[in-house]
Design a protein around this ligand. Structure first.
Ligand SMILES: NC(=O)c1ccc[n+]([C@@H]2O[C@H](COP(=O)([O-])OP(=O)(O)OC[C@H]3O[C@@H](n4cnc5c(N)ncnc54)[C@H](OP(=O)(O)O)[C@@H]3O)[C@@H](O)[C@H]2O)c1
Length: 410
């Protein structure tokens, strides 16, 4: 990759709900004399409007205009920058030409997709080419799936370093406080439902190389379960079908590179239920199961399109600021020591937290290039394989708790 590119990073989709917040994140946290960044989108007027909202000192921030269907404009964009960070979605609808342009131009790429069926397509089409060219295409850099992916990676490393042992099966528990749904996220969900590829989501190893089946796994959690390790009820978690596949891809890629997490490693996650008598959670679980069926009906999809939040919309400032995400993880090492992981960030998961995770992922590619995992210098990658330990350090410096404790008492 040339260091003579005009920009270090281009924020594509800067006019959208998360994209605007990403531009603000850079404006407030990234000195312009250290990182040369630009904002990009399909409309110059909208980009100018976003630039005007960034405050003083950004009047000359470069704007790049490119529609996602204009491959020539995307090629030009990709050639002008070292890294692209994109929030243009639904990714399955608009995302592929940019990935293609980045692979061709030798430009690293990060996104916040949770559309696993689309990433399966990217793996099949671009992984080998990106690997040969030394281009990192890194998906899932938002709340799905950095907390799950990076904490399980950290736990495996700590078990090896502190105990010289393999890590066994990891269970993750998510506790979401507040938050809301973006119109862009709803559009991605609807696009996925209409794509006819919903059955893909059921595959436990959808993202593994060649969809290899390592061992038979229990299906994604469907009902309430008592977790005796954390002494709490747990419920099915709507992001688990994404996060579990991403963690499994990371483990598989590390294993293929001779750096396995552990021969018994597997990964599952669920929603933390606070109450001892889980009436509310029982209702939520029941509704979730019912919704799975209901959401398949075209009439329901039309209702969501009409009455749900629209692209460009999302939760209020107050909700985004006052929400938080807390995730707990546990596993046993081979000889039975308890290994615990914790991930915490203030802000609503789908916006404040996601924007921080995505932007710090792009900044890791810019600032920590020499320290990135050497086994994965190119390919369609996950956060743990593409960014590894340098991302953990950056997230901690940005105020995220990402911790692991090994308990030597069995
Ligand atoms: N993983 C996570 O944790 C997470 C969290 C939040 C969102 N997401 C995903 O991130 C994506 C964005 O979410 P959002 O809430 O920011 O959505 P949004 O507000 O609808 O923004 C979408 C962006 O895409 C742009 N766009 C649409 N069509 C385009 C085209 N043909 N060419 C160029 N740009 C185009 C829009 O431009 P205009 O402004 O010109 O329309 C806008 O900038 C969605 O796919 C969503 O599912 C993931």
């Amino acid at each position: 990759m040339s260091s003579e590119r005009e920009f270090d990073v281009v924020l594509y989709g800067a006019t959208g709900f998360t994209g605007k917040q990403a531009a603000l994140y850079y404006a407030q946290n990234v000195p312009r004399d250290q990182v040369n960044w630009a904002i990009a989108g399909r409309s110059r007027d909208k980009l100018e409007h976003v630039r005007n909202q960034l405050g003083e000192g950004f009047e000359d921030l470069p704007l790049v205009v490119a529609d996602s269907s204009d491959i020539t404009a995307l090629r030009e964009l990709a050639h002008r920058t070292r890294v692209v960070q994109t929030t243009v979605g639904p990714y399955a609808k608009y995302g592929e030409p940019l990935v293609k342009a980045c692979v061709e131009a030798g430009t690293d790429y990060v996104d916040i997709t949770g559309e696993t069926h689309w990433v399966r397509h990217l793996i099949d089409t671009y992984h080998a080419r990106a690997e040969r060219k030394g281009v990192r295409i890194i998906n899932f850099c938002g709340v799905d799936s950095i907390p799950s992916d990076m904490t399980s990676f950290l736990m495996a490393r700590e078990a090896q370093e502190q105990l010289d042992e393999d890590l066994g099966p990891v269970q993750g528990l998510f506790n979401l406080r507040g938050g809301g749904l973006n119109g862009g996220t709803l559009a991605s969900i609807i696009n996925m439902m209409e794509s006819g590829q919903m059955d893909q989501l059921e595959k436990p190893y959808l993202l593994n190389p060649g969809e290899e089946q390592i061992r038979s796994l229990p299906k994604d959690q469907k009902g309430l379960r008592w977790d005796k390790e954390f002494w709490t009820w747990t419920a099915p978690f709507f992001m688990a079908p994404v996060n579990t596949r991403v963690v499994r891809r990371s483990e598989a890629l590390y294993r293929h590179a001779g750096q396995s997490y552990g021969s018994d490693f597997s990964y599952q996650e669920a929603l933390w239920v606070d109450e001892l008598i889980p009436t509310t959670s029982l209702t939520i679980t029941g509704m979730g199961l019912l919704m799975e069926e209901v959401m398949k009906q075209p009439a329901v999809i039309n209702l969501l399109k009409t009455h749900g939040p629209k692209p460009g919309e999302g939760p209020s400032e107050e909700v985004m600021t006052n929400s938080s995400l807390s995730c707990w993880f546990y596993a046993r090492s081979k000889s039975g020591h308890l290994v615990k992981g914790h991930f915490y960030s203030q802000g609503d998961p789908g916006n404040r937290v996601t924007v921080k995770l995505l932007s710090e992922s792009a900044l890791t590619l810019i600032h920590e290039r020499e320290a990135l995992p050497p086994a994965f210098s190119g390919g369609v990658l996950t956060p743990a394989t593409g960014l590894g330990e340098p991302l953990i350090a950056r997230l901690r410096a940005a105020g995220v708790t990402l911790a692991c404790r090994v308990e030597l008492d069995k």
